[in-house]
Design a binder for this molecule. Structure first.
Ligand SMILES: *Cc1c(COP(=O)(O)O)cnc(C)c1O
Length: 230
């Protein structure tokens, strides 16, 4: 685990430096879905603080078990209306808001004694029907709406673009999100988060300005395919 974390930090630092960026501009989010609580503790003890989960039942169990550690929890799974309360009550961040209704519910359900929920709006890139995200043409209205809600703090954009065979092709998708981000910042100057890049494509994402990479496999190894979902 220590070796994988060190190797990953070097990959991030190298990618940042090639593109004239500081390694500290890129936050590593460890995607711990399907992996046991003990693996999270090992990474935490090595200094990792940001973790992400996709499946709520599994996530809430882990968050409860690790309550006494200062972990920053990110929700990156597909969001449904009947799941918003568990996100609002347990997570620090959510990266997958793609409809006004979800934002309304998250804001209404965020506990008053908690800090506002940090929100990235997920943008749909490509035409894969199995992936969520707001269409780019509907993005400005959704950003205005999220920014108006009292218990949410709009931080930026997230996307999971289609997989491409070459880094150049991968970069073109990330460049699209980057352009949407630059436009969004003209409306909402406080935006500071571009959540893009996973184990296979983090270099291409960092080249295009990613501030948060979401890494599972390169840290924890492969996920078993019969992982429990909720
Ligand atoms: C699982 C997942 C990741 C991590 O993917 P790896 O390829 O294992 O690094 C990142 N982002 C999202 C939204 C995911 O669901």
């Amino acid at each position: 685990m220590a070796g994988r974390l060190a190797a990953l930090r070097s990959r991030i630092a190298a990618a940042a430096q090639i593109h004239g960026r500081e390694p500290e501009e890129v936050t590593l989010i460890a995607v711990s879905k399907t992996h046991p609580t003990e693996a999270i503790v090992r990474l935490f003890d090595l200094g990792q603080r940001h973790f992400a989960e996709n499946y709520l039942q599994e996530a809430v169990q882990k968050i409860t078990a690790l309550q006494n550690r200062q972990i920053i929890w990110h929700f990156i799974g597909q969001l449904q209306s009947n799941k918003t309360r568990a996100v609002a009550e347990n997570f620090d961040w959510v990266h997958t808001v793609d409809r006004a209704k979800l934002a309304d519910r998250l804001s209404a359900q965020r506990p008053i004694d908690a800090a506002p929920l940090e929100v990235c709006v997920q943008v749909h890139l490509g035409d894969e029907t199995n992936k969520g995200g707001v269409l780019p043409e509907d993005l400005p209205a959704l950003l205005d709406h999220v920014a108006s809600l009292p218990r949410l703090r709009l931080r930026g954009l997230m996307a999971i673009p289609p997989e491409e065979p070459t880094p150049e092709a991968q970069r073109r998708w990330f460049a699209q999100l980057r352009k949407a981000f630059d436009r969004a910042r003209q409306q909402h100057s406080g935006l500071d988060t571009l959540s893009m890049g996973m184990s296979a494509d983090l270099e291409a994402a960092i080249a295009e300005g990613s501030t948060h990479v979401r890494i599972g496999t390169a840290l924890f190894g492969p996920r078993s395919t019969n992982a429990q979902r909720d």
